[in-house]
Design a binder for this molecule. Structure first.
Ligand code: HMG
Ligand code: MG
Length: 297
């Protein structure tokens, strides 16, 4: 195995993607505790919340309080999902050092998710990136519905290339390709990544696989074989997007950590401590989480 691929970066999105669609009320204190337990487990990149419209995503309406209660931690990058300049103003107010913007390869999904066209979101990001540059804030980007859309179904890989290119042109440092509704299988990943990696630096491409049909882990392993070294995951497999009907959570962080570590690929995450963080959320929610690894403990 190529030495370069013996280490991967896991971006933990549980506190944002994992919680955003949950209807039960979760206290700010429990959200903060969850993030701290993830950091204790060795997660170095954690998406902690979102500065989006609180009426659309009520679970994250306390995003400011979550940010204010989390102390800066050396070696841990806390990031926040931001859709526009208004969200960016809040990120600056709370001293956030990394944000993630999000658009899609499907016009219909993007409109439902953010009330604008794909080009409209790119225009919003122009301002966001400008504000980020002036405030020394790193900007990551998501492209949703890369492998299929709940409304438009098939997505042309050329559209993925076009949107990804527009994000990189803005100066975004890493683009995460989202299987928002979890429809991809490894041959889809291969088909899309062959085109993406022919055009863009593979070190700047991440995969964000939802696990609706149990194919996310196979897709991630395919991505790694093709050279991808950054993967998003959600502790316990929490999650889903309220604007993507039927979508389940992201690939469970325990499942990706177990698989990679056993394959000799370092994630830097302590699986037992990670399990404690997921168990904590199971206690908060009063139900089991879908991670396969958790189910064996
Ligand atoms: P809009 O309605 O187009 O915004 O919403 P607007 O600029 O026209 O303003 C309308 C109102 O929204 C105004 O308030 C603004 O102040 C307010 P009013 O004057 O009517 O009282 N507003 C805001 N409030 C709080 N924070 C803001 C903000 N911006 C405007 N940042 C907007 C556009 C994007 C804000 C809205 O559509 C929204 O919040 N959507 C939620 C999107 C979301 O969070 N989706 C889930 C996350 S994405 C995801 O899960 C996919 C991902 O995981 C990858 C994958 O899986 O593929 C990332
Ligand atoms: Mg997602």
């Amino acid at each position: 195995m190529n030495q370069l691929f013996k280490k991967v970066k896991i971006v933990e999105v549980g506190p944002r993607d994992g919680l955003q669609n949950i209807k039960d009320s979760i206290s700010t204190e429990n959200k903060v505790r969850f993030v701290e337990m993830l950091a204790d487990a060795g997660c170095t990149n954690i998406e902690i919340t979102a500065f989006v419209h609180p009426k659309l995503i009520p679970q994250l309406a306390d995003s400011g309080e979550v940010c204010a209660k989390l102390a800066v931690r050396p070696g841990v990058q806390y990031s926040v999902l931001v859709p526009n300049a208004k969200g960016m103003e809040r990120a600056i107010e709370f001293g956030i050092k990394e944000i993630a913007v999000f658009t899609a390869a499907s016009e219909t999904f993007n409109m439902k998710n953010t009330n604008t066209t794909i080009d409209g979101s790119i225009e919003r990001f122009r301002e966001v990136v400008d504000m980020a540059r002036k405030n020394n804030i790193a900007v990551r980007g998501y492209v949703s519905t890369v492998f299929g859309c709940p409304f438009e179904k098939q997505i042309a890989p050329e559209k993925v290339l076009e949107v990804t290119g527009k994000l990189f042109d803005l100066g975004i440092y890493e683009v995460s390709l989202g299987d928002t509704i979890g429809v991809a299988v490894p041959t889809d990943v291969e088909r899309v990544l062959e085109k993406v990696l022919a055009k863009f630096d593979m070190a700047k491409i991440a995969l964000h696989m939802h696990d609706t049909r149990g194919t996310a882990l196979a897709n991630v392993v395919k991505g790694r074989e093709m050279g991808i070294t950054v993967f998003d995951a959600s502790a316990g497999g929490l999650g889903g997007c309220p604007f993507a009907p039927g979508a389940a959570g992201n690939l469970a962080t325990e499942d990706i950590v177990y698989t990679f570590e056993k394959m000799g690929v370092s994630t830097g995450i302590d699986i037992e401590k990670l399990t404690q963080a997921s168990r904590f959320m199971e206690g908060v929610l009063g139900r089991k989480l879908p991670s396969r690894y958790l189910s064996t403990k």
